[in-house]
Design a protein around this ligand. Sequence first.
Ligand code: MG
Length: 159
Amino acid sequence: MTLRIGHGLDSHRLEPGRPLMLGCVPVPSDLGLAGHSDGDAAAHALADACLGAAGLGTMGDHFPSDAERWRGVSGHEFLELVAAKLAQAGARVTSAEVALVCARPRLAPFFAAMGEAMSAALATPPGTVTVTATSGDGLGAAGRGEGILASAVALLEVG
Ligand code: MG
């Protein structure tokens, strides 16, 4: 058995008129994340961290954003698809953390639900995925509230 670590990064713009889905959880907000899919930057960063740790490439390799098949697909479904690829490769997620830069809305009340939802989507025990966030202190696009930036690390057992 080998331990492998992966890191994923993703960001999406915040726009009016879209629901905010983050970490596979709907978050009340007057702005939502734009994107070809549902824009769930937290789920996408986590998916990339898992794929990378397993040596399976990137989200872009498996789910290209110019393909009609992936239009509007939820972060939950992407994580389920990634979980199936990990299982096929004999890899198991033992722990993961998603760190968000988000000026608005306040996400702390949703950390537990996001972690549970993403753990479930990966078919891992509750508590496998944890979530944290920082406001960004007004710095950069995410810190100014123009979008949300997600960074994720995942630790996998392989073999
Ligand atoms: Mg994305």
